[in-house]
Write a protein that binds this ligand. Structure first.
Ligand SMILES: Cc1cc2nc3c(=O)[nH]c(=O)nc-3n(C[C@H](O)[C@H](O)[C@H](O)COP(=O)(O)OP(=O)(O)OC[C@H]3O[C@@H](n4cnc5c(N)ncnc54)[C@H](O)[C@@H]3O)c2cc1C
Ligand SMILES: *[C@@H]1O[C@H](CO)[C@@H](O)[C@H](O)[C@H]1NC(C)=O
Ligand SMILES: *[C@@H]1O[C@H](CO)[C@@H](O)[C@H](O)[C@H]1NC(C)=O
Length: 368
């Protein structure tokens, strides 16, 4: 049995406040309605509204297309246990700065989590079964790490404007790393794990400057914690929402400033305010609107902007590719894989690059 979700992926760095302000600044003729409309109730929309609320701007209206908050943080009951069909890891922990999500997950909500062990050298499986020799794998990983370090230095030396940016593949070629691309199964899976798994696209189309070094890890630390709690990673969004939106005794949000099942289709804006239209033909007026939908939504015509967004903004929206990231969940009748510390994550080294390569982890059923 398998259940899969194909959703678009935006790197973790974008989790907080990736909102887009459309209204012009300056003095506004007060429009009838709230001061700010927030489109989308995922992590960024809920966080943006919380920030406004804490700054004293409580006259808000959040419009969410689906019947729930959380967006791409979402759990699903798969064959009796809750699995994460969207975000799964707290990325960037144990570094110089504290990842704001981490204390919420680990201390406040105490969601079940565990450190992802990146020492994959001992966990790469051959296509026809069995593990690769550790020393053989380690040499390949060391070489790939060394090239990445050179890439980080190069990246830092390029102009911040991105005018001289190159792809990860070009960087690898520059340092004479597998100039014809990785060829052996282990070379391929290490390359895939390093770049495609994190960036959702192959090195050929992945920007050097925006991914190497990865600011999430530089700022917050190299560690990643996998959230595997039956309550779901989405609990974090509910927790943040509950800090400023009214809830009932069961914790359910009952605040009239959050409207679900409201698909925004049109945003008209001028120096005197904004007018937001939804699929059910409602119209909401405000001084400002913040759009927190994914780039994937912004790259379509699902939301019509009137007038059209300025060219510079459209260019920025199209500068990033919205990748497809597919998770596949499988349930087996009995456990045949090794278990224990350091065994949770493993790679499969196919002769076809990227073919079911990504590490998987056995999921235990709900803990007592
Ligand atoms: C499969 C997958 C795995 C991931 N793994 C990780 C991970 O391990 N760690 C990590 O940190 N990140 C991960 N991410 C990324 C993370 O999930 C996102 O960066 C984050 O959840 C994005 O939050 P957001 O609020 O910006 O966008 P979203 O969560 O997409 O929220 C936008 C909201 O806007 C709503 N919306 C869209 N269009 C409209 C409209 N027209 N009108 C009204 N509402 C609208 C949507 O329904 C949604 O609720 C993963 C993502 C995916 C898809
Ligand atoms: C998932 O659904 C099944 C069947 O409806 C139910 O028995 C089970 O308790 C659910 N699991 C969780 C974690 O909610
Ligand atoms: C997470 O919380 C546990 C229990 O409070 C604590 O022992 C542990 O050190 C925390 N982990 C990190 C990385 O902060």
């Amino acid at each position: 049995m398998s259940s899969s979700t194909s959703s678009a992926l935006v790197l973790a760095a974008a989790v907080l406040l990736a909102a887009l302000t459309v209204a012009q600044h300056g003095s506004l003729a007060a429009a009838a309605g709230p001061r700010v409309i927030i489109v989308g109730a995922g992590m960024s929309g809920i966080s943006a509204a919380k920030t406004l609320s804490e700054a004293g701007i409580t006259d808000l209206l959040i419009l969410e297309a689906t019947d729930r908050i959380g967006g791409r943080m979402h759990k699903k009951n798969f064959s009796g246990i809750n699995v994460e069909i969207g975000a799964n890891w707290v990325e960037g922990v144990n570094g110089g700065k504290m990842n704001p999500i981490w204390p919420i997950v680990n201390e406040t909500l105490k969601l079940r989590n565990f450190l992802t062990d990146f020492s994959v050298a001992t966990n790469i499986y051959k296509e026809d079964g069995g593990l690769y020799d550790e020393a053989y794998v380690q040499k390949i990983i060391d070489r790939a790490d060394a090239v990445e370090s050179k890439g980080e230095k190069l990246s830092a030396s390029l102009p911040a404007s991105g005018s001289d940016d190159i792809s990860i593949l070009a960087m690898q070629r520059l340092y004479d790393h597998q100039p014809n691309g990785p060829a052996t199964p282990v070379d391929m899976v290490v390359d895939y794990f390093k770049y495609d798994f994190e960036g959702a696209e192959p090195p050929r189309v992945t920007s050097l400057q925006t991914t190497v070094p990865n600011p999430t890890f530089t700022d917050f630390g190299e560690d990643e914690y996998f959230v595997a709690d039956h309550l779901g990673y989405e609990t974090v969004v509910h927790y943040l929402a509950g800090q400023y939106l009214k809830t009932d005794s069961s914790g359910k949000i009952v605040d009239p400033r959050l409207l679900l099942n409201k698909v925004v289709t049109e945003i008209s804006y001028s120096s005197s305010g904004v007018s937001v239209r939804t699929e059910d033909k409602s119209v909401y007026k405000a001084d400002y609107v913040m759009v927190s939908t994914s780039l994937g939504v912004l790259q379509t015509d699902l939301i019509h902007f009137k007038p059209k967004l300025p060219t510079w903004k459209i260019l920025v929206i199209y500068q990033f590719d919205m990748a497809v990231y597919t998770k596949i969940f499988l349930k087996f009748p009995k456990r045949f894989w090794p278990v224990g510390k350091g065994k949770e994550f493993f790679l499969y080294a196919s002769t076809r690059r990227g073919y079911y390569a990504a590490r998987c982890q056995p999921l235990r059923s709900r803990p007592a």
